[in-house]
Design a protein around this ligand. Structure first.
Ligand SMILES: Cc1ncc(COP(=O)(O)O)c(C=O)c1O
Length: 393
């Protein structure tokens, strides 16, 4: 426990708004403009144009056109996969729906952690499954194979699928989930939405989002990876009206395809990925060095590139900390806000008690993290967090 931690939080407001100095000037050199919590930065027109020119020439705008195929190839290569082991689709949510519908076609319960983004249970619902909320492990910030096994003993009905979720880009133990699937026979679809960099693919399909807010962002897109190429072929078929190599539907599908113009952005994003990746990691390292003694980050934070800096601290709630920081011109966001079973949309869904999910929801706060965040901005946020939490008073 820090000396005066809770008290500092209680009186923290004085530092920023009631000091009579028009804000935080007495204690911190406040930047002229507020620091946004998130401000995506996609490749500029100059980097995309050479790809767009290729589209102008080919006049192929959709339906697995050349740039989409090139993106698929390059993404697979980046993960050490064959191109047959990665599918590119129109969003992460669409990818989750396709994989779930494929592996659990007959309905039933879909085990999902209560602490996740609404897209996870939403995709389960749209895949014809009933989200069944279970708790997370405190240290992992996630549903673990051990917790899932334990939860199965209390299942209110047949469980058709499990969706573990990577918390804010943390690595997912894919081999352990493959073991879980082998031992229980229950299909696993991994929601690794923010975990492009940390992901080490296994057999269970893993879904990554390439939404603009992600570390490797293209706007709206998603990928599915699996070492099982046959499974990926089926995902592609389902995402293409059930068509595969002919005009006759082999299965009932949907349109989950990626537009060629989005692939152009994706290829430009991959061109700059090595630099961008290091930038994300540098930002994370600076945060970790500045407040790592005060807050907890998601497991593996700063080892991989992620587009969020999400923290928990034992002295104050995310809401209180957020309020103090906002008053100092620092944007914050409770990314997943409440545990999903607390959302009106999911209130009637079956669930197990989820105290750790509720704790995580109350404690987790996103701090500013943008690829072009300056060192001075990070240092300002670090100083502000330290003052609010009472560490430097
Ligand atoms: C945990 C999680 N799952 C799924 C998604 C959905 O991805 P998309 O926005 O690409 O549909 C997100 C998006 O942020 C997410 O955070």
């Amino acid at each position: 426990m820090l000396p005066g931690g809770a008290a500092a939080v209680k009186h923290g407001r004085n530092l920023w708004s009631d000091s009579g100095a028009g804000g935080s000037g007495l204690l911190l050199n406040r930047p002229a403009a507020s620091i946004p919590v998130c401000r995506p930065l996609l490749p500029p027109a100059a980097s995309i144009s050479r790809y767009i020119e290729r589209i102008d020439e080919s006049r192929r705008y959709a339906n697995f056109a050349p740039l989409v195929l090139e993106l698929k190839r390059r993404l697979a290569e980046a993960k050490g996969l064959q191109e047959t082991q990665l599918a590119v689709v129109s969003s992460g949510t669409q990818a989750l729906m396709l994989a779930l519908r494929l592996l659990a076609p007959n309905g039933g319960l879909c085990m999902v952690p209560s602490w996740t983004f609404a897209a996870t249970p939403g995709a389960a619902h749209w895949a014809g499954l009933t989200p069944w909320f279970v708790d997370i492990d405190r240290d992992a910030w996630a549903l673990t194979p051990a917790l899932a096994r334990e939860a199965l003993r209390s299942a209110p009905g047949p469980v058709s699928a499990v969706v573990p979720v990577s918390p804010f880009g943390a690595a997912v133990p894919c081999p352990e989930w493959d073991d879980f699937r082998d031992a229980t026979g229950i299909p696993v679809v991994i929601d690794a939405a923010a975990a492009w960099d940390a992901l080490e693919p296994g057999r269970a399909p893993a879904v990554v989002s390439l939404h603009a807010t992600k570390a490797l962002g293209v706007g709206e897109a998603g990928v599915v990876v699996s070492t099982d190429a046959a499974l990926i072929a089926q995902v592609e078929e389902r995402g293409n009206f059930g068509l595969y190599g002919s005009r006759i539907s082999q299965s009932i599908g949907i349109n989950g395809k990626l537009a060629e113009h989005t692939a152009a952005v994706g290829l430009a994003a991959l061109d700059e990925w090595p630099t961008r990746r290091l930038r994300w990691i540098d930002n994370a390292c600076r945060y970790r060095a500045g407040i790592g003694d005060l807050v907890t980050f998601p497991p593996g934070f700063a080892e991989h590139a992620v587009a969020t800096c999400v923290v928990q601290n034992p002295w104050t709630t995310a809401e209180e900390l957020g309020r103090e920081l906002e008053a100092a011109g620092i944007g914050t966001l409770r990314w997943w806000q409440e545990a999903c079973h607390r959302h009106p949309a999911f209130a009637g869904m079956p669930r197990l008690p989820a105290p750790e999910s509720e704790r995580a929801a109350a404690m987790t706060l996103g701090l500013p993290m943008t690829p072009d965040l300056s060192i001075a901005d990070i240092d300002y946020v670090v100083d502000a967090v330290r003052i609010v939490l009472g560490a430097d008073r």
